[in-house]
Design a protein around this ligand. Structure first.
Ligand code: RTP
Ligand code: MG
Length: 137
C-alpha cells in the first residue's frame, strides 16, 4: 500500500463540490487516512509549492491557494501516487481525459480543483507539511 497527498483546492471549496470530489476518490477505491480543512497563509502556500518558485505562475498560484480554505487529504491505495494523478487528469482541464476530476470539475489551468503529489519524494515532503503521524489513521 502506498500513500499520497491530495488537496481539494479553494475553487472547489468555494463552489461546494468537495463532496463530489470525495465521492470520486472513494469510488476509485482510495482509503482516506487523513483529512482536514485548513486555510493556508500566503507564506505556507509558498513553502508548499517551493519547487515552483522560479516559474512565472508562482505568484498567482500562491495567491490562489491561500485565498480560501482547502481540504488536505492523505490517500492510501496500491500505486496511490500514480493512481491519484490519473484520477485528477491533466493540469489544464481542457486537456483532461473523460472521467477525471479536472475534466468534470476543473475551471482553468490554475483553478484545477485538485492537487496530487507527483513522486514518492514529493509525497514524503507534502504529507508531513500538513499532518502529524498521529493524524493518519
Ligand atoms: P499540482 O501540483 O497542483 O497537483 O498540479 P500539477 O502537478 O498538475 O501541475 P504543476 O505543473 O505542478 O503546477 C502546479 C499548479 O500551478 C497552477 N498552474 N498554473 N497559469 C499557469 O500556466 C499554471 N500552470 C500551473 C495549477 O494550479 C497547477 O495545478
Ligand atoms: Mg505538481
Amino acid at each position: 500500500m502506498e500513500r499520497t497527498f491530495a488537496i481539494i483546492k479553494p475553487d472547489a471549496v468555494e463552489r461546494n463540490v468537495t463532496g463530489q470530489v470525495l465521492s470520486m476518490i472513494e469510488e476509485a477505491g482510495f482509503k482516506i487516512v487523513g483529512m482536514k480543512k485548513i486555510q493556508l497563509t500566503r507564506k505556507q502556500a509558498e513553502g508548499f509549492y517551493y519547487v515552483h518558485a522560479e516559474r512565472p505562475f508562482f505568484g498567482d498560484l500562491c495567491t490562489f491557494m491561500s485565498r480560501g480554505p482547502v481540504i488536505a487529504l492523505v490517500l492510501e491505495k496500491e500505486d496511490a501516487i500514480s493512481s491519484w494523478r490519473n484520477l485528477m487528469g491533466a493540469t489544464n482541464p481542457a486537456n483532461a481525459a473523460e472521467g477525471t476530476i479536472r475534466k468534470k470539475l476543473g475551471v482553468s489551468i490554475e483553478e484545477n480543483t485538485v492537487h496530487g503529489s507527483d513522486a514518492p519524494e514529493t509525497a514524503a515532503y507534502e504529507i508531513p507539511y500538513f499532518f502529524s503521524a498521529l493524524e493518519l489513521v
